[in-house]
Design a protein around this ligand. Structure first.
Ligand code: NAD
Length: 498
């Protein structure tokens, strides 16, 4: 963790040594028509710098480069690919301060949290460095003994990777690392709100020896215009997307023409269930992590606190007290524990959801209105007695607002938890093991946090069911998203001896 104060000079020096072009075929270039897009500091509303704003012809060049590099890259030794990933892990870790500060500047999260994301994001590089040499197949005798079968794995081919702004490093490494490990080439399109972290990572991958054309990076304010032609192109064999469900749904439809492999990490609406037998202190502690990490701007953020009626008052009071202790401010500030939201539109959305809930009868126990002054700040907010049917219980809040809803029975808790088209993560607090295991079977979710408010881990398969997505990232499963299975059937090798 950086111990000295961050000065304007430190920030400017970091930005000055970060590339701002497109990265295509191993070269940094301008956009075809020289366009640039501004990157804004959400805590001040000021422009940090500008980066190239790609046009459709830049996207076409990026795919051509990825396609040209695929055949030789797919044949490199797994150990060679692993070592590039391992070197990248070491280099990112050595520059932890730069990556953390860059994320704080362009996305807003407090510096301490940004350090946490560097550790998390870098771990995908190390994890998949270890997975690359472990890809294997099998050789077997078929049941009637007459034939043999072999199963091998091979890279799926050129991939388009589209990432969101909320975890600028981790969402990129969670895709790039398994693609490298599997032997796929890529076009990465980071969010235009936070492109700098991805460009810094690209510079490091280049330094670590990633061959030209394997990773191509295009930053753009016209994502549909630039990626649309790529999705219609048969050379692109895989799309991995992390972002909102409406955009994901559209990209699945756009991929149908080429019957392309897709991985989708989409939105959530996580319930956080506190049963009557929960350890209340632990539940409040877990709630803080599940709600306020990243300022609530996480797909796994707890969106609905379902609390047993016998604990609802104590839980609400304790949560409001602890959330009230967070210090809102620019992420570089020494005491800041809650940064800004990403932009004005996000502040407007959160304000509107809170107002709607209050108009419907919810009570404000803490916060409730945006922080005056420059920057996109919204304070920690706790709403109690939130009426069923409130928009705030249906939509992803993506802000530091906790909505509390009481329930009476386990049956009711399960029904409320599952009453959403999303199914990314659920959290449940109970001391009863049987009930905990029942939750694992009854909640329609890709992930369950049982007596914990944090589930993300590079060693675990991250992903959702229902409209929260398709496929898994991380864990032993993550590399499979970038591999095709090939079966080879052959005759009994002993046949001629018979
Ligand atoms: P978003 O869908 O607006 O954007 C995500 C990415 O898609 C960005 O790079 C954006 O430029 C790009 N994009 C937008 N329109 C596009 C189009 N027509 N064609 C191609 N690309 C397009 O989402 P966001 O606001 O950046 O991120 C927040 C959302 O991401 C939330 O819904 C959150 O839950 C979700 N998310 C999910 C996970 C997960 O793992 N499930 C992780 C982080 C964020």
């Amino acid at each position: 963790m950086m111990t000295t104060a961050v000065t304007d000079e430190t920030e400017q020096a970091l930005i000055a040594r970060t590339p701002t072009g497109l990265y295509i075929g191993g070269r940094w270039t301008d956009a075809a028509d020289g366009s640039r897009l501004d990157v804004v500091d959400p805590s001040r509303g000021s422009v940090l710098t500008s980066v190239a704003d790609a046009r459709p012809e830049d996207g076409a060049r990026a795919l051509a480069a990825a396609h040209a590099a695929q055949a030789s890259w797919g044949r490199t030794a797994p150990r060679a690919r692993a070592e590039i990933l391992r070197r990248t892990f070491e280099l990112v870790t050595a520059r932890v301060g730069d990556f953390a500060l860059m994320m704080t500047l362009e996305m807003g999260k407090p510096l301490a949290e940004a350090y946490g994301e560097v550790a998390y994001g870098a771990e995908f590089l190390r994890w998949f460095a270890e997975e690359a040499p472990r890809v294997s197949g099998r050789y077997a005798t078929v049941p009637d003994g007459l034939n043999r079968l072999m199963v091998t794995k091979r890279p799926v081919g050129p991939c388009l990777l589209i990432t969101p702004w909320n975890f600028p490093l981790a969402m990129a490494t969670r895709k790039i690392a398994p693609a490298i490990a599997a032997g796929c080439t890529m076009v990465l399109k980071p969010a235009d709100l936070t492109p700098l972290t991805a460009l810094l990572l690209t510079q490091i991958l280049e330094q670590a020896g990633l061959p030209p054309g394997v990773l191509n990076v295009i930053t753009t304010t016209d994502p549909g215009g630039v990626t649309g032609p790529l999705l219609r192109d048969g050379r692109l064999r895989k799309l991995s997307f992390t972002g909102s469900t409406p955009v994901g749904r559209r990209l699945i439809a756009d991929s149908a023409g080429q019957v392309r492999r897709v991985s989708m990490e989409l939105g959530g609406n996580a319930p956080f269930i506190v049963f009557e037998d929960a350890d209340l202190d632990a539940a409040v502690e877990g709630a803080l992590a599940a709600k306020l990490r990243n300022g609530g701007q996480a797909c796994v953020a707890a969106n609905r606190f379902l609390v047993h009626r016998s604990l609802v008052e104590d839980f609400g009071q304790a949560l409001a007290e602890r959330m009230g202790g967070y210090i809102v401010g620019r992420g570089t500030g020494p005491g800041s524990t809650l940064g800004p939201l990403i932009n004005e539109a996000a502040v407007d959305k959160v304000t509107c959801l809170v107002k709607g809930a209050v108009a419907g009868g919810a009570r404000v126990a803490l916060g409730g209105e945006r922080v005056a002054g420059p920057g996109c700040f919204f304070p920690p907010t706790v709403l109690t007695e939130v009426p069923a049917g409130s928009g705030i219980l249906q939509e992803e809040i993506f802000g530091p607002v906790a909505s509390i809803v009481p329930f009476n029975t386990e049956e009711e808790a399960v029904r409320l938890a599952n009453a959403t088209p999303f199914g990314l993560v659920c959290f449940a607090y109970t001391r009863d093991l049987g009930r905990g295991l029942r939750m694992a079977e009854r909640l329609k979710t890709g992930m369950l946090g049982l007596n914990t408010g944090v589930v993300s881990n590079p060693a675990a398969p991250f992903g959702g069911v229902k409209q929260s997505g398709l496929g898994r990232e991380g864990g032993a499963e993550g590399i499979g998203e970038y591999l095709e299975t090939c079966y080879i059937g052959t005759c009994d090798p002993f046949r001629e001896l018979a």
